[in-house]
Design a protein around this ligand. Structure first.
Ligand code: ADP
Ligand code: MG
Length: 345
């Protein structure tokens, strides 16, 4: 496999810049997630890396090879990138075996070599015996597996997956995702997984790239982007978060609704970002802030509590174990036991 370096990339459609001065790099064997809202340019970025569109500026390198440049764009099949497009996109008129063999260079390999590579790929995705089956006869999960096998059959240097699991139901999605990631790891693949599912981005990858309006707003390890967001908006894009009014005094002390009445506090105005799992609920009224439980959303493995505080209209969300057994209407005490992330207004 190989490393990837994207440098000052610009992509335009007509006069409209969709990717703007975007740079990032991946080491060989690294798996990255690209997380961002619909329309921010995720598919466009993958297509530029795969060679399916020509950038208007910047460079793309696979290993030491320069593959993308406004004046030079190496054809997709010469870059050896395995691309799984957003809609799976199997050829409906070709059976599974012919779909998988589609990208293999017919001039370079003999028929029996292609056949054995196809069998090998079917085994890899756990679908031996499906050679003759047509795509319409496959389940959603099987179609995704075949699309992946087709991308891997060419022994790519780089694997690009565009929301491959989004059409699947939650249970199947988690299972297939774990399988696919394990498979990519066993092959030592350098890969980019595009997703708009924040949990998927965190669980699947070594690095998470948070994309906004054609640029990368933040990147880092899953823990880093979750724990240390560079803005309140980014905090929300990686998981549940509350954005509460706050003030920071000259000595750095931050006042916010879970430790003081902010309106009366001195200092510069801003916000704190708090995750629901960072708040501890207690029956003891001597600790923390008194709060009234307004609602309880039960998810089985956990529950989300919604509280109101006496001195602010901001609601406080708290994640607790599902079996915790709180009663709507009761008054409890809340204390924040997590990092104080302050953002100046
Ligand atoms: P994402 O995959 O993040 O949802 P896309 O990369 O598909 O976003 O699209 C980014 C923006 O570029 C969108 O506003 C989209 O409408 C526009 N766009 C994508 N492809 C084309 C195209 N071929 N021609 C013109 N505009 C396009
Ligand atoms: Mg897309």
């Amino acid at each position: 496999m190989t490393s990837l370096e994207v440098s000052h990339l610009d992509v335009k459609f007509g006069n409209r810049k969709v990717i703007s001065d975007l740079s990032f790099s991946l080491s060989s064997g690294e798996i990255a997630s690209l997380l961002g809202p619909s329309g921010c340019g995720k598919t466009t970025l993958l297509r530029a890396i795969a060679g399916l569109l020509t950038p208007s500026g910047g460079t793309i390198r696979l290993g030491t090879q320069l593959v993308g440049l406004s004046s030079l764009s190496l054809a997709p099949h010469k870059r050896s990138t395995g691309y799984v497009p957003q809609q799976g996109a199997l050829f409906p008129h070709l059976n599974v075996a012919r779909n998988i063999a589609f990208g293999i260079d017919k001039k370079k390999f003999s028929r029996s070599q292609i056949e054995s590579r196809t069998f090998e790929m079917l085994e890899l995705i756990g679908m031996s015996g499906y050679e003759q089956v047509m795509p319409t006869e496959l389940s959603g999960g099987q179609q995704t597996r075949v699309a992946l096998a087709r991308a891997l059959a060419i022994k790519p240097k780089m694997v690009l997956l565009d929301e491959p699991f989004s059409a699947l139901d939650a249970h199947l999605r988690n299972e297939l995702r774990a399988d696919v990631i394990a498979l990519l790891r066993s092959l030592g693949a350098t890969a980019i997984l595009v997703t708009h599912d924040r949990e998927e981005a965190l669980v699947a990858s070594d690095k998470v790239f948070l994309m906004r309006d054609g640029a990368i707003a933040q990147y880092g390890s899953p823990e880093d982007v979750y724990e240390n967001p560079t803005s309140p908006e980014i905090a929300v894009s990686t998981g549940d978060a509350m954005i509460l009014p706050a003030r920071q005094s000259m000595d750095g002390t931050v006042s916010y609704p879970l430790n003081t009445i902010v309106n009366n506090a001195a200092g510069s105005k801003g916000y704190v970002v708090i995750r629901p799992e960072e708040i501890v609920v207690s029956q003891q009224s001597s600790v923390g802030m008194k709060a009234k439980l307004l609602a309880l959303d039960y998810f089985g493995h956990d529950a989300m509590l919604t509280f109101s505080l006496a001195h602010t209209s901001d609601l406080i969300k708290v994640r607790v174990a599902g079996h915790a057994g709180y009663l709507v209407g009761e008054t409890l005490s809340l204390s924040h036991e997590g990092p104080i992330r302050f953002f100046k207004e």
